[in-house]
Design a protein around this ligand. Structure first.
Ligand code: PLP
Length: 339
């Protein structure tokens, strides 16, 4: 039994999801003739109370398309120093959009409205890049699955409105935040111009991210997706997995959160662990004491059939998911307690 806690992307479709995939009606989605993709896009539009949606192969491509839709080359976006769009999208912000990032020294990947204000370049000061977009991540990945407070998000939105900035939400794990904080997706639809929602993370599909947004911003989205190589044909098979996930895999995220909290509690009690970040959703981030190296710890766990990941700067990460069973959970906790 391999216990893979490296990421919530390692899951395979459940039998029920597999059946939904097999039974999907499909068509050529580049011609917008795939009924299942159209249904998924419509469903996401309604879920968030937004005007338009488009299905992408990956979260990276959806974020990159959103950034392209919001900016012109030479402009600057504001994001946290740990943001996925800055750290884990291959430099796509500059490659695809010719945009630079003003990095904010936030808390656990989350930034405040006051920090956004401080990061805006004065628009008439033509020596600096023009600030045009704020990118928020919820939950934060490198920040250990931390969730924003709705009040702070509203303040950030007010700052964006006041300064004429676009606001994009990297919601790769937004469903985890909605479940953890018992929030309504429509609250997010009201605050953001565009939101990306991944189906291949906690929701457990093989691929797919939906970008939802306002009509005027989204009108060019299909062209940008084409340029990025993301036009797909009979992709309704994967949209069917997404629809299945919306019906069956959202509420159960609470189980992943519970297991993550239990793993965090076990780790916090071990002398080889220096500190564990607060665990709100399905990501556990912890640091080892000086006595043991990350490499040795990870290799030892691997020997015991447990895989975890390193995020650099001493951060180790475990992510709970659909394929992490109660039996695996019990064994992982025993191994960590006995190590
Ligand atoms: C996983 C992830 C993405 C998208 O990644 P893909 O692998 O391209 O689907 C975007 N943002 C965050 C915060 C993520 O965790």
């Amino acid at each position: 039994m391999i216990i893979d806690l490296r990421s919530d992307t390692v899951t395979k479709p459940t039998p029920g999801m597999m059946q939904a995939i097999m039974e999907a009606q499909t068509g050529d989605d580049v011609y917008k003739e795939d009924p299942t993709v159209n249904t998924l896009e419509k469903r996401c539009t309604e879920l968030f109370g937004m005007e338009a949606a488009l299905f992408f192969p990956t979260g990276t491509m959806a974020n990159q398309a959103a950034i392209k839709l919001h900016t012109q080359p030479g402009e600057q976006l504001i994001c946290d120093k740990w943001a996925h769009v800055y750290n884990y999208e291959g430099g796509g912000v500059s490659f695809n959009s010719g945009v630079s990032c003003k990095l904010v020294d936030g808390h656990r990947g989350m930034i405040t409205a006051a920090q956004v204000v401080d990061s805006i370049n004065p628009p008439d000061f033509y020596h600096s890049p023009l600030t045009s977009l704020v990118c928020i991540e919820n939950t934060t990945n490198k920040g250990g699955g931390a969730c924003y407070d709705m009040t702070e998000l509203k303040k950030i939105k007010a700052v964006c409105d006041e300064h004429g900035l676009g606001i994009h939400l990297d919601g790769a794990r937004l469903m985890n935040a909605l479940v953890a904080k018992n929030e309504d997706p429509k609250q997010y639809g009201q605050l953001f111009d565009t939101i990306s929602i991944c189906f291949s993370k906690g929701l457990g599909t093989p691929l797919g991210t939906v970008l939802v947004g306002k009509k005027d911003i989204m009108k060019n989205a299909i062209r940008v997706r084409k340029v990025l190589g993301g036009g797909m044909r009979q992709i309704g098979y994967m949209a069917a997995a997404g629809l299945y996930a919306l019906d069956h895999h959202v509420e159960r995220l609470a189980e992943d959160h519970k297991k993550a909290k239990e793993l965090a509690a076990v780790l916090a009690a071990q002398t080889y662990v220096d500190r564990v970040e607060p665990t709100e959703t399905n990501i556990v981030i912890f640091y080892l004491s000086d006595r043991i190296s990350e490499e040795k710890f990870m290799a030892d766990l691997q020997q015991l059939s447990i895989k975890i990941s390193s995020m650099g700067q001493g951060k180790l990460r475990m992510v709970t998911h659909l394929d992490y069973t109660q039996e695996m959970h019990q064994r992982a906790m025993n191994v960590l307690a006995a190590y």
